[in-house]
Design a protein around this ligand. Structure first.
Ligand SMILES: [Ca+2]
Ligand SMILES: [Ca+2]
Length: 275
């Protein structure tokens, strides 16, 4: 091959590598899921290191631990309102997030660790949640993080990113994982999403996790690695944990939902690597 052709080929490969797909798909066979990983999963650590638990909430007791979480309250959000009343503990060790209506007003909940949890001084670690999903259309659960300054339109995602560890907009077998950076203005906003299909995801409990390293994000569902990327450049800034429900047409028509509807969270845990 002539040198010029080699250069063209190299340029083409580099261009392709730089292309970030808007959406990709991943299919998991339930046969490949270790049932224990629907309860809890931790990836194997690199040699010479071990996981250290740096944050957990098992949602025991009767009231939310406000040393760990703050409520979003009286806040208009998409097609509904985030209200404190939508968030409770069931006394059996679960957080309950309920979507309901008061007439034409649709209400759901959101809690965030913003300003409370300083474990993310260094953001790298393993973030995991165990959830039992909702059953009605028109709203969706999400476990996500706002890290650094997501609105900064410079430096790609290195200085800020929205990391959606898991969102569940549909009532089928699909769960979505997404990364956003460079703000939300359509002119600058960048994102990439992975749609993961796992038969049975709507039934029972499942775990959703992110291993955030200095140069890679690795996502898991029930301990199966579903996505790995460094799109935008991996964020180097800490962030806040967010568990929310979202009311909007992405999930269908809330007016057709039989309300109230809820999802449950058994725990949230964060681990960092100890050398
Ligand atoms: Ca940026
Ligand atoms: Ca629990």
């Amino acid at each position: 091959m002539k040198k010029r052709n080699i250069m063209i080929l190299l340029a083409l490969i580099l261009t392709m590598a730089a292309c970030i797909p808007a959406i990709t798909f991943f299919f998991v066979s339930p046969l490949n899921v270790n049932p224990e990983h629907r309860e809890f999963f931790l990836p194997t650590t690199p040699e010479g290191s071990e996981w250290e638990l740096v944050f957990e909430d098992n949602f025991d007791g009767a009231v939310l631990d406000e040393n760990k979480w703050r409520y979003e309250d009286n806040t208009p959000r998409r097609d509904g309102w985030w209200e404190k009343e939508a968030v409770s503990l069931d006394g059996d060790g679960n957080l309950v997030m309920t979507t309901y209506n008061e007439g034409d007003r649709f209400i759901d909940g959101c809690i965030t660790s913003r300003g409370l949890v300083d474990i993310m001084e260094k953001p790298y670690g393993f973030y995991t949640i165990r959830i039992k999903l909702h059953s009605q259309q028109g709203h969706w659960p999400a476990f996500w993080m706002m890290a650094g300054d997501v609105g900064s339109i410079e430096n790609g995602g290195v200085d800020g990113a929205e990391i959606d560890i898991f969102e569940k907009p549909t009532l089928d077998n699909m769960v979505q994982q997404t990364i956003h950076w460079d703000g939300y203005d359509p002119e600058h906003h960048q994102s990439s999403a992975r749609k993961v299909y796992l038969p049975g995801i709507m039934e029972g409990w499942h775990t959703y996790s992110l291993w955030w390293t200095a140069n890679k994000y690795i996502y898991y569902v029930d301990g199966v690695k579903t996505w790995s990327h460094n799109y935008g450049g991996v964020c180097q800034k800490p962030g806040e944990l967010i568990i929310s429900d979202e009311i909007g047409s992405w999930a269908g028509d809330i007016k057709k939902a039989a309300l109230p509807d809820s999802f449950l969270v058994d725990y949230v845990r964060v681990f960092t690597l100890k050398e």
